[in-house]
Design a protein around this ligand. Structure first.
Ligand SMILES: Nc1ncnc2c1ncn2[C@@H]1O[C@H](COP(=O)(O)OP(=O)(O)OP(=O)(O)O)[C@@H](O)[C@H]1O
Ligand SMILES: [Zn+2]
Ligand SMILES: [Zn+2]
Length: 803
C-alpha cells in the first residue's frame, strides 16, 4: 500500500478525481486516508486530501508526496465517505465537499509547531531535538530526520501534539507562563547572591521559594507589582523558565453556568420521548418529527434524549439555527452537560471555532451545539442528531456546496444507526408531508408548559386604520397596549421583518397586491424600468398608477426599516426605553448577547427587532408581542411566502406569556383574511398545512414536485439570456413530458456586481437522468466558466433562495 489516492485542492471538472502519489518511506504509516498532504501538481505544490491507499497505480509515472500536513487524520473515514456522497448529491467538486466540513482555519496558511505536553522523557532522538524546550517549529523536526513514526507514537500517547500557528492574529491564544527552573536550595542561593538593591528580583525569587507551581507571567508581575524587566535577568541566568501555554479559548469562560437537573417530564413529553429513547437503545436509524407548540418543552425532550446518549458513552449533535443560538440556548446545554459541550457558531472568531472543533476531534466533548456546519462534527460514535426549528431555511447552504443539513443528518444517522429528531412548532411542509405519509414518525406536544395558554392573537386591519385617519405605522390598539404594559412594568417585543424586501407593490387602501397571473406569486417591482416582473415565469407589466382593485392612488411599493420604527416609537411614546436589535446594532461581537441580557434585566421596556428576535427567547415578563407588518414576508417572490409567514408569526407570538403572566399578540396587517395570517392567529397548523398543500398541488410546487434551479450569470445580458435559453431548450428536449421547464427569467436580483442573472426552473416528479443532463451542461460550458469574470452557472437541487 504505498500509493496514496489524493483529491487535490483544485476545484474543477478535470481534477474532480483522485490522483496517485507515491508514499516515500519516511511517511509510511503516516499517510493514511483523511490526512492532508502537499503534492506536486504541474509546476506547483498544492494541498490535497488522501482519500484511500492502494498497492499500485495504473499510471507509470507517479510522483512522490512532498509533505504531510497531519500526523493524525483530519477527516474520519466516515467523513471522507460523506464527502463523496455530498458531491454526488449536490454536483459539487469532491474537494469543495471535503473543505466544507472543516473549520476555516484549516484552510488558511499556517505554520506548524510541535508541543511537548509531558514532563516524561520521549524517544531519545526526539528529546534531543526538543532540547529542553516545550515548543519547537515543526520545520525543525522535518529537517532533523527523526522518524515520523516515532512522532506519531508520541502523539497517540498524548505526549506530543501538533499545533497550527495560523497566520492571522486571532487564531491561537497562548499565555506566557513562568516557573522556577531550579530547586529550592538553588533559589535560596540565588537570593543570597542578589544585591539588596535588586528588590523586585528578590521578590520574584522569594515568591518562587513559596510557590513552586507555574504561574501566568502577567499574574506574577501584577501580584508583585513589577515589570518584565526584573524578570529578565533571572530568566537569562536560568533560574526561571519562561514558556508559552496554549489556552483553549472558551468563549463562555466568564459565565457561571448554573447546573440544572432534568425536569420530571409531563405526560405528553414522556410519551414523545419514549420512542426516541427506544430507538437510541436499539441503535436504530429512524427519523422523528417532533411537532410541539412554542413553549411546550421540546428542549427538555432534547436534553433528556442527549443525556441517555451521553450515559451510553456516545455522542450527540444538536443543530440550532444561527440566530437562535442565543446565550440563553447555550446556557441550557452548558447548564445540563457542563464541559461536555462544544459550541460552534459564526459569532466565534476563526480561532475559537477551531478550538471548539478540536475539542470534538480530541474527544474532549460528547455534545456539540451548533449552526448548520456543526452537522459535520468529526464525532465517531454518534448516537443522536437533533435539528431544532427544522423548518429554518438557514439549514440550507447557499453557496458552493449547496447542501441541506437535514439531508446530511439523515445520511449520517443511517451510517451510525442512530435516530434523527427534527423539532419545530411549525414544521416545513415537506417534513410534515413525510410524517403524514409515515416516512417520519410524528411526535406531538400540543400543550404549553405549566398550563400556560397560547397568547391571544388580535389582527388589526391597517386599511381601516388608514380610513379612520391614522397614517402612523402604529395602530391605535398597539399603541394603547404598549402604554398599558409600560404602566404595569411588563415588557414588549416588537417585531419587524428584515429590511430589503421593499419590492412588492400594495394598495394601502384595500390591501391589493399585484400578483403574477400564472404563478400565484407577488410581482417584484423593478425600479430601473419601473415595471413589475414575475420571477418564476417571464410575465411582466408596467407599474400601475392606481389600484386595479379599488382605483385608489395609494398603491405603492412597500417597506419600513427598524430604525424608522424606533424613531416613530420615540415620538409616540417618549418614555419608553427601547432596545433595537438588527444587523446594524448587533454587528459587534457580543452585542447580541449584551442587548438580550439588558432586556432580560428589564433595562428596557421594548425589544424591537427583526428575525433575530423571533426565536428561542424565553423571557417571563414579556406579555405583549407586536408584529408591525405581517404582510411584508407574504409578498416575497417565493412560493414559500405563506409558509414563512405562518412560521414567523407563530414563532414571534410564541415569545409572549411563556411563564406565569398571560400574553397577548397584536398583528398589524393589510390582509387579515389571508389564510396564513388568519390560521397563524388561531395556531392552527394542521388547517394551514391542508390549505397550503392544496395550493402547492395546484401550482406544481414541493412537496408534490421537486425543483431544480439553474442560475446563469455573466456581465453581458445577451449572453446570459442566450445561455439560459439553451439550457431551457436542452432540458425541455431531454426530460420527460411530466417535467415543467420554466424560463429564461431574470432573477429577482437581476444584476449583482454588474453581472446579469437569469434563471431556469425545472419542476419535476421523477427524472432519473436529470443529474447526468446537468453534468453535461456544466461540462459543455466548462471552459467558459473558467475564465475570470466569465460565465457562471449554478445549479441548486433544493432551492430555497429563489432570488
Ligand atoms: N417537564 C417540565 N417541567 C417543568 N418545566 C419544564 C418542563 N419542560 C420544560 N419546562 C420549562 O418550560 C419552558 C418552555 O420549554 P421550552 O423552552 O423547552 O419549550 P420549547 O418547546 O423548546 O419552546 P420554543 O419552541 O418556543 O423555543 C422552559 O422554561 C422550560 O424550562
Ligand atoms: Zn409568473
Ligand atoms: Zn386598492
Amino acid at each position: 500500500m504505498n500509493i496514496a489516492n489524493v483529491i487535490v485542492d483544485v476545484p474543477s471538472q478535470n481534477t474532480n478525481r483522485p490522483f496517485d502519489y507515491k508514499i516515500p518511506e519516511k511517511f509510511e504509516g503516516i499517510v493514511q486516508p483523511g490526512v492532508r498532504v502537499i503534492v506536486p501538481f504541474g509546476p506547483r505544490k498544492i494541498m490535497g486530501y488522501v482519500v484511500s491507499l492502494s498497492a499500485e497505480s495504473s499510471f507509470d509515472k507517479v510522483k512522490n508526496i512532498t509533505d504531510v500536513l497531519d500526523v493524525t487524520p483530519t477527516l474520519t473515514p466516515e467523513l471522507l465517505h460523506l464527502g463523496k456522497w455530498l458531491s454526488q448529491q449536490t454536483l459539487s467538486y469532491y474537494i469543495s465537499c471535503l473543505q466544507v466540513m472543516l473549520p476555516q482555519v484549516m484552510k488558511a496558511k499556517y505554520r506548524k509547531e510541535l508541543w511537548k505536553l509531558t514532563e516524561a522523557s520521549l524517544d531519545s532522538e526526539l528529546d534531543a531535538l526538543f532540547d529542553g524546550r516545550a515548543v519547537m517549529d515543526y520545520e525543525e523536526f522535518e529537517k532533523s530526520g527523526v522518524s515520523y513514526q516515532v512522532l506519531r507514537k508520541h502523539i497517540h500517547e498524548g505526549e506530543v501534539d501538533v499545533h497550527y500557528e495560523v497566520k492571522s492574529r486571532e487564531t491561537k491564544k497562548v499565555t506566557p507562563m513562568v516557573e522556577p527552573q531550579v530547586d529550592e536550595m538553588k533559589l535560596e542561593e540565588t537570593l543570597i547572591d542578589l544585591s539588596n538593591q535588586a528588590k523586585k528580583q528578590r521578590a520574584i525569587v522569594e515568591f518562587f521559594i513559596e510557590n513552586k507551581e507555574p504561574i501566568p507571567k502577567k499574574q506574577l508581575l501584577e501580584t508583585l507589582s513589577t515589570t518584565a524587566a526584573s524578570l529578565k535577568p533571572l530568566v537569562k541566568d536560568g533560574v526561571i523558565r519562561e514558556y508559552k501555554q496554549e489556552v483553549f479559548r472558551d468563549p463562555y469562560e466568564n459565565h457561571e453556568f448554573e447546573r440544572t437537573t432534568p425536569f420530571q417530564l409531563t405526560e405528553e413529553q414522556a410519551a414523545a420521548i419514549q420512542p426516541i429513547l427506544k430507538t437510541i437503545d436499539q441503535r436504530q436509524h429512524d427519523v422523528f418529527l417532533l411537532h410541539g407548540v412554542t413553549g411546550s418543552g421540546k428542549t427538555e425532550v432534547y436534553l433528556q434524549s442527549i443525556q441517555k446518549v451521553i450515559d451510553e458513552g456516545n455522542e450527540a449533535i444538536m443543530l440550532v439555527p444561527e440566530i437562535a443560538l442565543t446565550p440563553q440556548m447555550v446556557e441550557r446545554f452548558k447548564g445540563r452537560f457542563g464541559s461536555k459541550v462544544a459550541v460552534l457558531h459564526s459569532a466565534l472568531s476563526a480561532g475559537e471555532k477551531y478550538d471548539e472543533w478540536r475539542k470534538i476531534q480530541r474527544k474532549e466533548v460528547q455534545v456539540v451545539v451548533g449552526a448548520r456546519s456543526a452537522i459535520f462534527a468529526p464525532f465517531t460514535k454518534i448516537g443522536l442528531i437533533i435539528i431544532d426549528e427544522e423548518h429554518e431555511t438557514s439549514y440550507k447552504q447557499e453557496d458552493r456546496t449547496r447542501y441541506h443539513a437535514r439531508d446530511v443528518a439523515v445520511e449520517r444517522g443511517k451510517t451510525h444507526g442512530c435516530p434523527v429528531v427534527l423539532g419545530s412548532a411549525t414544521p416545513a411542509l415537506e417534513s410534515y408531508a413525510r410524517a403524514v405519509k409515515g416516512n417520519y414518525q410524528l411526535l406531538t406536544l400540543s400543550k404549553r408548559m405549566n398550563e400556560a395558554v397560547m397568547p391571544e392573537v388580535e389582527l388589526v386591519d391597517m386599511r381601516e386604520e388608514l380610513h379612520e385617519g391614522n397614517r402612523s405605522m402604529f395602530s391605535r390598539t398597539l399603541k394603547e397596549k404598549i402604554e398599558d404594559r409600560l404602566a404595569k412594568k411588563e415588557q414588549v417585543v416588537l417585531f419587524l421583518n428584515r429590511r430589503g424586501y421593499s419590492t412588492f407593490v400594495m394598495c394601502r387602501d384595500c390591501g391589493h397586491v399585484s400578483e403574477c397571473p400564472h404563478c400565484d406569486i407577488a410581482l417584484t417591482y423593478h425600479k430601473n424600468q419601473h415595471r413589475l416582473k414575475c420571477h418564476y415565469c417571464s410575465h411582466e407589466e408596467p407599474m400601475p398608477t392606481e389600484c386595479p382593485e379599488c382605483e385608489s392612488k395609494t398603491i405603492r411599493y412597500f417597506g419600513t426599516g427598524t430604525q424608522k420604527v424606533e424613531e416613530t416609537l420615540q415620538q409616540l411614546i417618549p418614555e419608553a426605553r427601547v432596545i433595537r436589535m438588527d444587523v446594524d446594532t448587533t454587528r459587534r461581537k457580543g452585542a447580541h448577547e449584551r442587548l438580550l441580557t439588558q432586556f432580560g434585566e428589564h433595562k428596557a421596556d421594548i425589544l424591537l427587532g427583526t428575525q433575530m428576535i423571533a426565536k428561542g427567547l424565553d423571557f417571563g415578563n414579556v406579555t405583549l408581542v407586536g408584529v408591525m407588518a405581517a404582510d411584508a414576508l407574504l409578498n416575497l417572490p417565493d412560493f414559500r411566502a405563506s409558509e414563512k409567514t405562518f412560521q414567523l408569526m407563530t414563532q414571534v407570538s410564541g415569545r409572549a406569556g411563556r411563564h406565569e403572566k398571560p400574553g397577548e399578540v397584536i398583528v398589524q396587517t393589510y390582509t387579515p383574511e389571508h389564510y396564513s395570517i388568519d390560521l397563524a392567529s388561531q395556531y392552527d397548523y394542521e388547517q394551514f398545512f391542508n390549505e397550503e398543500m392544496k395550493l402547492r398541488k395546484a401550482f406544481n410546487y414541493p412537496p408534490y414536485y421537486f425543483l431544480t434551479l439553474f442560475t446563469v450569470s455573466h456581465p453581458n445580458q445577451l449572453k446570459v439570456q442566450e445561455v439560459t435559453q439553451k439550457i431551457v431548450q436542452f432540458m425541455r428536449q431531454k426530460l420527460s413530458d411530466q417535467a415543467h421547464v420554466l424560463g429564461p427569467t431574470p432573477s429577482a436580483l437581476t444584476r449583482i456586481n454588474n453581472r446579469y442573472r437569469y434563471q431556469c426552473m425545472v419542476k419535476y416528479k421523477k427524472e432519473p437522468e436529470q443529474r447526468k443532463l446537468v453534468e453535461r451542461i456544466l461540462h459543455y460550458y466548462e471552459d467558459e466558466m473558467k475564465q475570470e469574470n466569465g460565465l457562471q452557472i449554478t445549479v441548486d437541487f433544493q432551492p430555497y433562495q429563489l432570488m
